[in-house]
Design a binder for this molecule. Structure first.
Ligand code: XUL
Length: 532
């Protein structure tokens, strides 16, 4: 029993899978790490990538019952693997951000889950909307414009909530539901995010939303951590009565329902700590929830995120500010042209990743001899560009068979300069950038990031799902009394052996290049607005 009280379960209900991690907070061991992929394991939902096909590519919904069935499947498999869930002392977790679930009857009025029927069959009759719009949905531009206009413009929405009214955010989705299915909206008693929905299912009662995920709704007032009456009013009538008041992320929102005790062997009374969004949870799971570290995640799109003490918002309106589950706030900035753009260069110039790295490290110099690329091969989120925009300034080498080395450096310098510029509002002194994702082992990319940011770069050795791990760490801190620093050094130590230090002699080159790059981007953004 002595070690039992240090075990914590973290869950992550993400777009394509549900994952679980069990940690021993004291020894630093990951006791279990298991996922259920919806497409492969639950093919009956017709969602090979976790969402339903739709004739309109802008509409992306998922079946919330798939998430519930996955929970039964996952817990059953953990048990089959010999994980003794009675040793779990607390549970928390995360969900893909922005997605919403609509209930005709609050979980609080549904009674406890019957032990002899699958959970999905018991949740099904509670739904007032069969499907859940998720973060990939882009069908609410009209509603975004209406909400912004009602509140007094984009800048007002940003100042209040931390983000502009954005298509994938929950408020505009709720407004569209009210406009298109007013009767179903009317009979909706309660609206959840994916995170609070999964927490509610586990607790068998309605769990509140936390400010980490709540801030991704265009409804939460950042400064107070409560729903903003102005935003509620601008979104849909009577919305306030369909949302429970938000609670701090460390709140115990319930105890595990008897169903899970009886079926999977949890200890009765196991506390459930409020779930949060997958990005706020990853901030914790990557060990960056205390200010001073910035995470750069190099994926299909690149993301920069960081803890902030104060709720500073992006004056340009591209970045988002969410609650930080460890306290305070976090910023998140998303760049659509991430590995997409890097791969475009390797493809065009027939470069291997080793060639790409060598081009940066030994065949070109900081500043790239005056060559600059605007690498927006697809429409960009940051800065907002509704059309692709690829422009080359400098030598005439940006053609097939041209200067491959200059092209390789150019795409990475452009990305790093854009990340530096658009994370400037975070305003925390940064000593280290923790780099994660597919390209985080590329020495050339790390070198450019170190020099542009003039900060130490360390690859993150997160072999595990950082969002589920964040859930387990949050449970350990909230109900196990564990200290953040101790947890981070046990579970999230970066790969110091591959750290890259900045070269101070490049500082001036990159300040100058940054100014020039910014004005070129400004010109493109301005002309794209003129074109509409
Ligand atoms: C963040 C976002 C995605 C989702 C899905 O704003 O839309 O990262 O959280 O993972």
């Amino acid at each position: 029993m002595a070690t039992a009280s240090h075990r914590f379960l973290g869950l992550d209900s993400s777009t394509q899978s549900l994952s679980a991690i069990v940690i021993d907070a004291q020894t630093g061991d990951v006791v279990a790490n298991h996922s259920v992929a919806y497409g492969a394991r639950l093919p009956a939902y017709g969602s090979p990538h976790g969402f339903l096909p739709n004739p309109d590519p802008r509409v992306v919904h998922s079946d919330p019952l798939m998430w519930v069935e996955a929970l039964d499947l996952l817990l059953g498999e953990l048990r089959q693997q010999g994980i003794d869930l009675s040793t779990v002392a607390g549970i928390s977790g995360a969900g893909q951000q922005h997605g919403s679930v609509y209930l005709a009857k609050s979980f609080d009025r549904a009674g406890t889950w019957a032990l002899d029927r699958p959970l999905r069959d018991q949740v099904a009759p509670l739904l007032s909307r069969k499907t859940s719009p998720i973060w990939m949905d882009a069908s609410t531009s009209a509603e975004c414009a209406e909400i912004a206009a009602a509140v007094g413009g984009d800048a007002k929405v940003v100042a209040l909530s931390g983000s502009r009214a954005i298509e994938r955010f929950t408020g505009p989705q709720i407004r569209k539901f009210w406009k298109q299915q007013p009767a179903d909206y009317e009979r909706t008693a309660e609206i959840h995010l994916v995170s609070s929905f999964i927490a509610s299912v586990l607790a068998g009662r309605s769990a509140s939303i936390d400010p980490g995920d709540g801030a991704g709704m265009d409804l939460l007032e950042l400064k107070t951590g409560q729903w903003s009456q102005a935003l509620l009013d601008a979104t849909a009538p009577g919305l306030g009565s369909k949302l429970r008041p938000p609670v701090p992320a460390s709140t115990v929102v319930g105890e595990i329902a008897p169903y899970f005790v009886s079926k999977y062997g949890f200890k009765a009374g196991t506390p459930i700590v409020a779930f949060t969004g997958d990005n706020p949870s990853s901030l914790v799971g990557m060990g960056a929830a205390l200010p001073g570290k910035v995470i750069v995640s190099l994926g299909t799109s690149d993301t920069v995120f960081a803890a902030m003490a104060a709720p500073r918002t992006d004056p340009r309106g591209y970045g988002h500010v969410f609650g930080n589950p460890a306290g305070g706030f976090m910023a998140l900035v998303c760049f659509a042209n991430g590995s997409l753009a890097r791969e475009e260069i390797t493809r065009r110039f027939a470069l291997t990743w080793d060639d790409f790295s060598r081009a940066i490290l030994s065949q070109t110099k900081p500043g790239n001899g005056g060559n600059t690329l605007l690498p927006f091969f697809t429409p960009e989120i940051t800065p907002r560009l509704t059309q692709p925009c690829v422009k080359w300034f400098g030598s005439d080498g940006f053609v097939a068979g041209g200067d491959a080395a200059a092209a390789a450096r150019a795409v990475v310098e452009a990305q790093a300069l854009s990340m530096r510029r658009h994370s400037d509002f975070i305003g925390e002194a940064v000593d280290t950038l923790l780099v994660t994702g597919g390209a985080s082992r590329n020495a050339g990319i790390l070198r450019v990031l170190a020099d542009v940011f003039q900060a130490r770069i360390m690859p993150l050795a997160v072999a595990t799902n950082s969002s589920a791990l964040g859930g387990a760490l949050r449970a350990a801190a909230a109900v196990g009394g564990a200290d953040w620093q101790a947890l981070f050094s046990r579970f999230c130590a970066p790969d110091a052996a591959h750290a890259v230090e900045p070269d101070p002699s490049t500082r001036a080159v990159y300040s100058e290049m940054g100014r020039e790059f910014d004005s070129r981007v400004e010109a493109v953004v301005a002309s794209s607005f003129v074109k509409g």
